[in-house]
Design a protein around this ligand. Structure first.
Ligand code: 0X9
Ligand code: CA
Ligand code: ZN
Length: 325
């Protein structure tokens, strides 16, 4: 369990219960599905939010993922905040009603449930990052899920081949059941007629550092294969606009440090889903991954405007640079 002073953070069972409570309170605009299982067999749950939620109406879809990294518990709270915002204000806030009517939101609040549970199981935080999958030939446990994605996996010195490392990339791309589950879910959102990806935009939540990051992470180059000058300009322009709303620092992911096999590079490079990584509160390393639960409301509320603005652009992010494709 979480330390008692941090009881407001949601553990795995409480996260699933919170998703179920949203669906029970708003059954016409919210539904849940299980997109796969973690290594230890926990269901990985996704929440869908849209008007006529049982139908696929062809609206632009938006994906929010959280908690790839076990100890980044605040990201779960951010995901649940967005679920509450969109369902709780539907029908009263016209801006939110317009978004729920005109978009499909997918929220995966806990991509790495095994790691998250391990991190707080004893009541003392373990500073755990990876999943809990064993590695053959060693007692070292876990794969860094945000180094296990299949776009330029292991290409560029942005991950480790050593199972002892905090950034172990796994024995192959998508060797972790958790990344494979999210990949298969994303691929399942391609239109069966014609194959067009219905998810247009995504944010993957991490902590900490208060950053708005855009692809690519595997290279410091701005324009490369699968990143034209217009595409880069759109990422930079909209990224700065979002950062102006939450006070975060906007930059290309690789300016922080080079990473390969990260989710954002795959979503953009493989599926052309317009994707940011947000590093949440705080920016202070003395607080780090474990801000007190009393900070949750201000830390998650700080992204209200960024999430709404981003969602409004999701049908055509290129509007941010005055283009329409
Ligand atoms: O290293 C990471 O995976 C992320 N930082 S964290 O401290 N939460 O571990 C940053 C990932 C940003 N995205 C890419 N570099 N592609
Ligand atoms: Ca709908
Ligand atoms: Zn992280």
């Amino acid at each position: 369990a979480f330390p008692s002073s941090d009881a407001a953070y949601h553990d795995y069972a409480e996260t699933v219960a919170a998703v179920d409570a949203v669906v029970a309170a708003h059954p016409t605009i919210a539904s849940r599905r299980v997109i796969g299982k973690s290594y230890e067999g926990r269901d990985i749950v996704a929440l869908k939010i849209s008007d006529n939620v049982a139908a696929d109406e062809g609206e632009p879809e938006i994906l929010f993922t959280a908690n790839q990294h076990a100890r980044e518990h605040l990201t779960v709270e951010q995901a649940l905040y967005i679920a509450d915002l969109l369902t709780g204000q539907y029908g009263s806030d016209p801006r939110i009603s317009r978004l729920v009517d005109g978009r499909v939101f997918w929220i995966v609040p806990m991509v790495n449930p095994d790691g998250a549970e391990y991190d707080h199981a004893t009541g003392t935080y373990q500073s755990w990052r990876k999943n809990r999958q064993p590695n053959t030939g060693t007692t070292e446990v876990g794969t860094d899920l945000n180094r296990n994605w299949g776009y330029k996996w292991g290409c560029c010195g942005g991950s480790s081949k050593s199972p002892a490392s905090e950034t172990y990339r796994g024995k192959a791309a998508f060797s972790a059941p958790e990344t494979a589950a999210v990949r298969d879910f994303v691929l399942s959102r391609r239109d069966p007629n014609g194959g067009k990806q219905r998810i247009k935009a995504a944010i993957d939540f991490h902590s900490y550092g208060q950053l708005v990051l855009w692809p690519f992470g595997y290279t410091k180059a701005t324009t490369v294969t699968n990143m034209s000058a217009d595409e880069y300009a759109t990422y930079e322009t909209l990224g700065r606009q979002l950062a102006a709303t939450n006070g975060y620092t906007p930059e290309q992911a690789s300016s922080l440090y080079v990473t390969d096999g990260s989710i954002d590079d795959w979503l953009w490079g493989q599926e052309r889903i317009f994707t940011y990584t947000f590093e949440l509160y705080p920016d202070d390393w003395t607080v780090g991954f474990y801000p007190p639960a009393s900070d949750i409301p201000k830390a998650t509320g700080a992204n209200r405007e960024a999430v709404l603005t981003f969602s409004e652009y999701a049908d055509c992010p290129y509007r941010a640079i005055g283009k329409d494709t």
